[in-house]
Write a protein that binds this ligand. Sequence first.
Ligand SMILES: CNc1nc2cc(C(N)=O)ccc2[nH]1
Length: 370
Amino acid sequence: MMPFPFEISATEGRARTGVLKTARGDIRTPAFMPVGTAATVKAMTVDQVKATGADIILGNTYHLMLRPGPERMERLGGLHKFMGWDKPILTDSGGFQVMSLAGISKVKEEAVTFSSHIDGSKHVLTPERSIEIQADRIGADISMQLDQCVSWPAERDAAQKAMELSIRWGARSKARFGEREHQALFGIQQGSTFEDLRRQSSDQLQEIGFDGYAIGGLAVGEGHQAMCEVLDYAPEMLPADRPRYLMGVGKPIDLVEAVWRGVDMFDCVLPTRAGRHGQAWTWDGPLNLKNARFAEDQNPLDPAIDGPSSQYSKAYLHHLIRADEILGKVLLSWHNIAFYQALTAAMRAAISEGRFEQFRRDFHARHTSN
Ligand SMILES: CNc1nc2cc(C(N)=O)ccc2[nH]1
């Protein structure tokens, strides 16, 4: 029995809007998950994250298993209690960050071994250990299978081997997870840019059976166009009645184009990471507030975005970022997360009202003009 009902309330072409009902609350889709890497959405309190309208956040297993550590996290009551976030949390498996952040790492059939980027300590991550950490120690509402994501561009042989290993690890992840009433497990489609490999991956994931399905292996340097070419076929290889989650994506224009092609859930560090460095997203496109042109601009960033940044001038935000003030990082992180939530809310409304095609055209015209 599926633990989390997914109710699609409207569709327009391949786009869908609905609700994923979890034990800790409803997730309105299309949904953007702010990234809370080390038990915090950087520079924001949980109340500020809630105020943006976020229904769910992402936690990174790689970071949390190194610090504070899985067993300590459990002794402290799990991640929700630890950080004071009582809504849903999705955790990734740790696999992607082992490959992108850790020191020397080795991928074998049995496990991934790596050394911590913090103190060089040695660690082993198996599909079973990843599920134990996510579901039993951290207490994630949604856990991700352990998989292997190849970098781009990938040789077909390497992509096939990684996709096949990810299927075997998916089966092991599912076996360890078992059947749970109040937690869910998502599988991850791999296959790089090879349509037949993604088809094989999707078919074999469905034979194993998951509560939701992620599209992995993208946002690894292929660029917007190549990503859209994969999304022209990849989402619809996955079950229509379960959530489809595109990992690590992306810029606002990426979200619009992926929703157009049938994706329901997203996560990306961009709004918070770029925010800390002065980039702000608005309905009229991105602005870099370090730019001298804002030094005396008394207008607010984007009056349409609800949040503290609309009470301050661009000149003040420019000053804060130039001075590397903490408040500048806080205000722009908050603004950008609020913008991503406003974007997904606007897409949900547009799909519900049958005007998403027009929304997409208007967004391109307005957002990519400058
Ligand atoms: C930031 N780009 C990104 N691509 C990703 C791919 C995966 C994956 N498991 O294939 C996970 C996280 C990812 N983040």
